[in-house]
Design a protein around this ligand. Structure first.
Ligand code: NAD
Ligand code: ZN
Length: 344
């Protein structure tokens, strides 16, 4: 089968021919219908050999949707032909975190050598994908797989982050979204649906700000040296109760603190490599900084239910598997509007 693999440190991903996998006992074979292109893959492909936490070659794609095409021995709960999306942050399955669906915080996954598809295990940018356990599948019924596949990360990660900030996002509060790409454009819509907060979106280009406004941001501002002052003005000097940073560089971290209010939540989601230093009286009283990772199984079911209720408008650009390296190039250059989706 055809697959997109990251094969050599520092080189672009390549379309290659590899053997079609067979599902072992307990596993499920999916015919992939769609796979999302995430900026985290670019972060992974920028790592040195020493930092990369898994061996190459790696079939990319940690956002996957497919049709059940084969069942290993003992699999129950899905049947051939079912349309599903894949929950990506696989855990051990038995610890308290996993038992409550929060496999994204399984403390044993790494030591057991369990890696998410596309981030250590073979991913969804291939004609077929093997999923280790039926608990990692969420049925999507007749949802369009192209619109559904970004929900597995670009939807789930902001949903998880926003849920942590919900107590702060009371009527009259403001939430700031820094970076309105794949994750950010869904964060805006989730904030609109889950909270009464006013939403201010920041990005570096006018077309991204246009997208932010069209999906529900109340204000969309250029992310420049005046942005923090503008947010303070818009909030009557109070600052934002939640700042979601989908870039994660030092500059956006400093900006997040400068626009955060008292008793606020700053969430560092982007893998830009930046840090947010915290010191008493050096940040607003009561401000917390968290670095949330992906989301839980139940939260993915919630996000799929929101899509089924028709309240999310996922912007996508589609590419064939052969065009997938181009999609990564365009993402790197900030040229994708919403999420790029590969159709293997
Ligand atoms: P994306 O490229 O689609 O979106 C990033 C957006 O940020 C773009 O619109 C870009 O124009 C904008 N941007 C760049 N510099 C900016 C700046 N200085 N100020 C404001 N906006 C700026 O990327 P994505 O796939 O949505 O991912 C966003 C980030 O989240 C990435 O760093 C990714 O690795 C990370 N991520 C983290 C998790 C997690 O679990 N923590 C999960 C998925 C993705
Ligand atoms: Zn991702």
């Amino acid at each position: 089968m055809k697959a997109l693999q990251y094969r050599t440190i520092g080189s672009p991903p390549e379309v290659v021919d590899i053997p079609t996998p067979e599902p072992g006992p307990g596993q499920i074979l999916l015919k992939v219908t769609a796979a999302g292109v995430c900026h985290s893959d670019i972060a992974v492909m920028s790592m040195s050999a020493e930092r990369l936490p898994f061996p190459l070659p790696l079939t990319l794609g940690h956002e996957g949707a497919g049709i059940v095409a084969g069942l290993g021995d003992g699999v129950t709960g899905v049947t051939v032909g079912d349309a599903v999306v894949v929950y990506g942050p696989w855990g051990c399955g038995v610890c308290p975190a996993c038992a409550s669906g929060r496999e994204n915080y399984c403390p044993h996954a790494r030591t057991l050598g369990i890696h998410p598809p596309g981030l250590g295990s073979p991913g969804a940018m291939a004609e077929y994908l093997v999923v280790d356990d039926v608990r990692h599948l969420v049925p999507i019924g007749d949802l369009d797989p192209v619109a559904a596949v970004p929900l597995t990360d670009a939807g789930l990660t902001p949903y998880h982050a926003i849920r942590r900030a919900l107590p702060k996002l009371v009527p009259g509060s403001t939430a700031v979204v820094i970076g309105t790409g794949g994750l950010g454009h869904l964060a805006i819509q989730l904030l609109r649906n889950l909270t009464p907060a006013r939403i201010v979106a920041l990005d570096v280009s006018e077309d991204k700000l246009q997208l932010a406004r069209s999906v529900g941001a109340h204000e969309a501002l250029l992310s420049d040296e005046n942005a923090a002052t503008r947010v303070r003005e818009l909030t009557g000097g109070l600052g934002a109760r939640a700042v979601l940073d989908f870039v994660g560089i030092d500059i956006t971290g400093r900006m997040a603190v400068a626009m955060a209010g008292l008793d606020s939540d700053v969430q560092l989601v982007g893998l830009g490599g930046g840090a947010i230093p915290v010191g008493f009286a050096q940040v607003p009283y009561g401000m917390s900084v968290t670095a949330p990772y992906w989301g839980s199984r139940t939260e993915l079911a919630d996000v799929i239910a929101l899509a089924q209720a028709d309240v999310l408008s996922v912007r996508t650009e589609t590419y064939s598997l052969d065009e997938a390296p181009l999609a990564y190039e365009r993402l790197h250059d900030g040229k994708i509007s919403g999420r790029a989706v590969i159709l293997p």
